[in-house]
Design a protein. Structure first.
Length: 166
């Protein structure tokens, strides 16, 4: 299963200002009030004014780049976004324990690891451990049993994140 993570918005969610190449942006994945995973992007200077209606799953900072023009560039950008989300899931330190949110994070880690392993960004080390080749960091990925129910649940969760219908 290929996980398509919606690319950065055209404008800051807080100020409405259009993003231009070179802007520093903070992206957040969060579980919205309907229980689905959504994404919001804001200029780093506007983060203090951001109100997220839901529980933050992960966040990461990045710089706005020139628009991708070829199909290969778009695929490379999507893969980079998946890589950034994967790394951010391991950098977050949730302040409050939430079993429902932990399960969503584990599903994201699991499915992103499958995708990144296939793209050779993650190298399997055994016992569900992987080495992230660009950074040489090692990660333990949750071992989930793939079932039709798990896949359906995950597809529903990422519908908004990927820009598709739920």
């Amino acid at each position: 299963m290929e996980i398509s993570i919606r690319s950065v918005d055209e404008a800051c969610r807080v100020s409405g200002e259009s993003f231009i190449p070179g802007n520093r942006v903070r992206s957040y994945l969060f579980r919205n009030e309907e229980g689905l995973i959504d994404r919001v992007d804001v200029l780093e200077g506007e983060m203090v004014n951001l109100v997220i209606e839901g529980t933050i799953i992960c966040s990461w900072g990045h710089r706005i780049k020139e628009k991708e023009t070829t199909e290969a560039d778009e695929k490379r950008a999507a893969l980079q976004s998946a890589d950034e989300v994967f790394l951010s899931l391991y950098e977050e330190n949730p302040e409050e324990a939430d079993d429902f949110l932990d399960e969503a994070r584990d599903r994201l880690k699991f499915f992103l690891a499958l995708q990144l392993e296939r793209k050779r960004i993650l190298k399997p080390l055994g016992n569900r451990k992987f080495r992230h080749m660009p950074t040489k960091r090692e990660f333990a990925v949750p071992d989930l049993e793939i079932s039709p129910e798990l896949i359906v649940q995950f597809q529903e969760e990422i519908a908004l994140m990927s820009g598709g219908p739920a």
